[in-house]
Design a protein around this ligand. Structure first.
Ligand SMILES: Nc1ncnc2c1ncn2[C@@H]1O[C@H](COP(=O)(O)OP(=O)(O)O)[C@@H](O)[C@H]1O
Ligand SMILES: Cc1ncc(COP(=O)(O)O)c(N)n1
Length: 301
């Protein structure tokens, strides 16, 4: 187990259970283990789910969510924490309250709303609670494109709109916003690269990787945010944590391309070695120019 100053490094996830094992709590704990980080979990809802569909959802009561959080935080503690499927506003409320009460740091919020199979994982009425109560506590917010559109309230179809959306989301509280590009250009056929855009309140960095032509992408968002959380728990700075997470997800999709697990959006393969920011991910930084942003320096973290 990875040690930091002699202490076992711990990470925690607050999310829904995916009975199929590809997303949610199950993906998060597999990712923490791959990063050699001890993982604990608070389950917000059970889903009866496979790679084709979400057949049913059973929500926990807010009281039981709170009890799980207290039981972990009073004893085990955590160096970083992520949220995934939160299901409703009452759960969001107790989660936000408890994170403040225990002064949790290194909080990654993955604003999970809809499964790859198209089912809602967050009630519509909970979106405002997420914006008002949870986003101000987030160190890192990781929406995919449809989630960023919902939180912003406008469509994002161009790179310029994506730059604007990241700034608008940062104004709601998170220190760092990453808009993930897995869903880009879905209407006109996917592009050859997946670009994840990072805004830290002042500067933009974009991470580019080849788009793997695969349907084994169930749980990629959960895996990505869990990998960032594990990186933060291990003491990485945010860019290194994001770079390591992106290469981990890429390798996990690649390693699952010939898997026969399920008949729909198959899970990724978490049994891949982690690469701790070895200059493997190409990215770009941006400078302000003529009232807009210009891509300039190529970076590798
Ligand atoms: N086909 C793909 N090839 C390579 N990377 C991908 C692919 N699809 C998604 N990713 C990566 O997986 C992560 C999750 O992206 P995305 O699919 O947009 O999120 P979500 O799973 O929340 O919908 C991002 O880092 C993204 O770059
Ligand atoms: C419990 C749970 N949490 C999150 C997701 C999102 O993952 P995906 O978008 O890949 O379906 C999911 N399907 N189930």
């Amino acid at each position: 187990m990875y040690l930091n100053n002699g202490s076992v490094v711990r990470a925690m996830t607050i999310a829904g259970s995916d009975s199929g094992g590809g997303a949610g709590i199950q993906a998060d704990l597999k990712t923490f283990a791959a990063f050699d980080v001890y993982g604990s979990s608070c389950i917000t809802a059970l889903t009866a789910q496979n790679t084709l569909d979400v057949l049913g959802i059973m929500e926990m009561t807010p009281e039981f969510v709170q009890l799980q959080l207290q039981s972990i935080l009073d004893d085990i503690g955590t160096h970083a924490l992520k949220t995934g499927m939160l299901s409703n506003e009452n759960i969001i409320h107790v989660v936000a309250q408890t994170l403040q009460q225990y002064k949790i740091t290194n909080i990654v919020v993955d604003p999970v709303m809809i499964s790859k199979s198209g089912k809602s994982l967050l009630s519509y009425s909970a979106i405002q609670a997420m914006k008002e109560q949870l986003l101000p506590l987030a160190d890192i917010l990781t929406p995919n494109l449809p989630e960023a559109e919902t939180l912003c309230g406008y469509p994002i179809t161009t790179f310029e709109q994506c730059l604007q959306a990241a700034q608008d989301l940062a104004s709601l509280g998170p220190r760092i916003v990453i808009i993930k590009g897995g869903h880009a250009n879905e209407g006109d056929g996917p592009s050859s690269h997946v670009v994840d855009l990072v805004f830290d309140g002042e500067n933009f960095t974009s991470f580019h990787s080849p788009r793997i032509p695969s349907h084994k992408t169930h749980g990629t968002g959960c895996t990505f945010s869990a990998a960032i959380t594990a990186g933060l728990a291990r003491g990485m700075n945010f860019l290194n944590a994001i770079a390591s997470a992106k290469s981990f997800v890429q390798d996990a999709i690649e390693a699952a391309t010939d898997w026969d697990v399920g008949n729909g959006y198959g899970p990724t393969n978490h049994s891949v070695a982690i690469r701790i920011a070895e200059g493997v991910v190409a990215g770009y930084s941006y400078i302000r120019k003529d009232g807009g942003w210009m891509r300039c320096e190529e970076i590798s973290v």
